[in-house]
Ligand binder design. Structure first.
Ligand code: FES
Length: 101
């Protein structure tokens, strides 16, 4: 399946764009020359994440996660937890979610 997440032109150079995704949200951002999309869901109790100071920080209890790989950096989320990245592909002017292709 394939589903458009957002237009490439809408993704900021720093920080992230929050895009709707099947009733949920994803953060879309640029990292090391790549465009990444990660679920806006903390690995503690599922709280929403802010993108600030180069990391994702949970609004509920303050867990933080690395933008480069989603690894938990600090806070109450399990030490070995990692944010959920989506499988994506750039096609034309859009970033698409792709699955099973
Ligand atoms: S739900 Fe994110 S730190 Fe608790």
């Amino acid at each position: 399946m394939k589903h458009e997440i957002c237009k490439i032109a809408d993704i900021p150079e720093t920080g992230s764009l929050i895009a709707p995704f099947f009733g949920r949200e994803v953060h879309v951002f640029r990292s090391g020359g790549r465009i990444r999309a990660v679920a806006n869901t903390c690995m503690h109790f599922g709280g929403p994440l802010d993108c600030k100071e180069g990391k994702f920080v949970c609004q509920w209890h303050g867990a933080s996660f690395a933008m480069a790989n989603g690894e938990r950096l600090d806070g109450p989320a399990p030490a070995s937890s990692r944010l959920m990245f989506l499988s994506t592909r750039v096609e034309g002017d859009a970033l698409n979610y792709v699955w099973g292709e």
